[in-house]
Ligand binder design. Structure first.
Ligand SMILES: [Ca+2]
Ligand SMILES: [Ca+2]
Ligand SMILES: [Ca+2]
Length: 206
């Protein structure tokens, strides 16, 4: 899976977050040292490699809920360049930067600073990323990624936390890329065989 970066929106948002004194936004020469300290803290068994579970224990959402294990697996798959199944320090640097970019992006679209992204906020984010998705689809996406189930919170509106926001956006991006590769005449319609369909879905889950 290629590592999808949330385009120019994140660059601005990350810069804002850093200047606002974000705790984990190393921007100077000590960045590597800080990351090293953090890496050793996350590497609880001192193996020099981070497993999916070590990383999951270290990553929390704005509301302190633990990261969805699927999102952690996705991140590890993206940055495990030597295919060891774990994350070494050099790989960790890339992964860390990626999470920081997404954090900035998440803050940009969490307009009401609720720590979660609701239907309108997610719709705006996806449209800003260039995905022409319908409100109905966004509602489905929220339903799929809402860790607390849909429409159970007091305002009757489902929303998603940071980890699932990243996963939802990367999912849409990956599927859109697959679709566009088949939609060679760019008319928004594709005709695919059963085999092609299976291939598309299986690759999405890789
Ligand atoms: Ca370890
Ligand atoms: Ca590795
Ligand atoms: Ca929000």
């Amino acid at each position: 899976m290629s590592s999808y970066k949330p385009n120019e929106y994140s660059a601005n948002a990350t810069a804002q977050a850093s200047s606002a004194g974000g705790a984990y936004a190393p921007t100077n020469a000590t960045a590597d040292a800080q990351l090293g300290t953090w890496f050793r803290a996350v590497d609880t068994d001192g193996s020099g490699q981070l497993t999916v579970h070590e990383l999951q224990r270290a990553l929390v959402n704005g509301d302190w809920s633990p990261f969805n294990i699927e999102t952690v697996r996705m991140l590890v798959n993206m940055y495990d360049s030597d295919n060891s199944g774990t994350i070494g320090f050099e790989e960790f640097k890339g992964l860390w930067h990626y999470i920081e970019e997404w954090k900035g992006c998440f803050r940009t679209f969490d307009h009401d600073r609720s720590g979660s992204v609701d239907r309108q906020e997610l719709h705006q984010a996806l449209v800003a990323f260039g995905f022409n998705v319908s409100p109905a689809f966004v509602a489905k996406l929220i339903q799929k990624f809402d860790r607390y189930g849909t429409d159970v919170n007091s305002n009757g509106q489902g929303n998603i936390t940071f980890d699932n926001f990243v996963q939802a956006c990367v999912t849409v991006k990956t599927l859109t890329d697959s679709y566009r590769a088949i939609d060679t005449d760019h008319d928004g319609w594709i005709q695919i065989s059963y085999d092609q369909f299976l291939d598309l879905v299986v690759r999405q889950r890789a």
